[in-house]
Design a binder for this molecule. Structure first.
Ligand SMILES: [Zn+2]
Length: 330
């Protein structure tokens, strides 16, 4: 299918299992398929279906609007220009300064916990249009009912929605994954409250969020979390596991790259500085294998993670402070 098709298209309707769970993002009214649109039975708002993906965005509260998706302004990059493709190939030839050392382990733990509560668990992956780092223990084998949402229309996206207003009935999912997304939200706490709402009473959440990372995705980058700060964000959940997922070596490599890039003024010198930085700092991430489980690494981590089970009462702030396991004061 042409990635830049902009006409409403219902040839790929929502997968049957999640269609009854869909709700209006504005007032949670039930949605009815009405020709090429989904119509809210409560407020009457019409939501388009673009390339088979429902676009359940509330224009009143979101940074995005439904018309932008109809116009193809948020399609996945499919028709990249030749120069962009060459640049992307060259980037892949450079050594990486990214190393998520815990994602695979976290997804394995999540998958085994999900199997205990529902062998055919329904899992919402928020902002998972890129597939998710290390997600294969969850996504391979067709074990679970997965639903991937994002704010663009692409081959790995089942549904377009704003993570601040998840368009689902309460208690719809056994698990929710939110990986490298919360930093891009204006109000992460609102999103976590939504995750809590759409999970069943003993449902599971897995989140990964940057700590010591520089700005990425430009204007759409708002906040960072320590392990303890991340724990407080998920205070309505019982902790199963948390800690650093990307280590101090990655944080240092990123700091070096952004330091060099801060001398540049245009895209060409920025790209050259990025290449120099990656060629001179890739070895730093090798240290993360030795550092990632050390207490002091939590104070210097590039990224943090949390796996938890939905609870009815929040953990007290006093307990959150007492849960600190870093190096300072120990
Ligand atoms: Zn409505």
């Amino acid at each position: 299918m042409d990635a830049h098709q902009t006409e409403p298209d219902v040839s790929r309707p929502p997968a049957p299992w999640f269609q009854p769970l869909l709700r209006c993002p504005a007032d949670r009214g039930k949605l009815q398929l009405d020709g090429p649109v989904l119509r809210c039975g409560s407020c009457g708002t019409e939501f388009p279906v673009v390339q088979g993906r429902p676009v359940l965005i509330d224009d009143e509260t979101s940074l995005f609007s439904r018309s932008e998706f109809l116009e193809g302004r948020h399609d996945a990059p499919g028709g990249e220009r030749r120069n962009a493709r060459i640049r992307s190939m060259l980037r892949r030839l450079l050594p990486s300064t990214d190393a998520n050392l815990k994602a695979g382990q976290s997804y394995r733990l999540l998958s085994s916990l999900l199997t205990e509560i529902n062998p055919r668990a329904r899992v919402l992956m928020v902002g998972a249009g890129d597939g998710g780092t290390g997600a294969s223990p969850l996504t391979a084998g067709n074990t679970f009912e997965l639903l991937r949402s994002d704010v663009f229309v692409g081959p790995s996206v089942d549904l377009v929605c704003d993570a601040h207003a998840l368009p689902f009935e309460d208690g719809s999912f056994d698990g929710v994954v939110i990986q490298a997304v919360l930093e891009h939200l204006i109000d992460p706490a609102r999103c976590v409250a939504e995750i809590h709402r759409v999970l069943r009473p003993d449902g599971l959440v897995f989140a990964e969020t940057p700590f010591m990372q520089q700005v990425h995705m430009g204007a759409y980058d708002f906040t960072r979390y320590t392990v303890v700060g991340h724990r407080r964000l998920f205070r309505q959940f019982e902790r199963i596991d948390d800690g650093a997922c990307c280590g101090p070596g990655m944080a240092l490599a990123w700091a070096w790259r952004y330091f060099l890039c801060s001398f540049t003024r245009g895209p060409t010198t920025h790209r050259i500085a990025t290449a120099i930085a990656r060629l001179t700092s890739f070895w730093l991430v090798w240290f993360d294998r030795f550092l990632i489980d050390r207490p002091a690494a939590q104070d210097a981590a590039s990224g943090v993670y949390f796996i938890g089970r939905r609870a009815t009462t929040p953990i007290a702030d006093r307990e959150i402070v007492a849960s600190y396991r870093g190096a300072i004061g120990h």
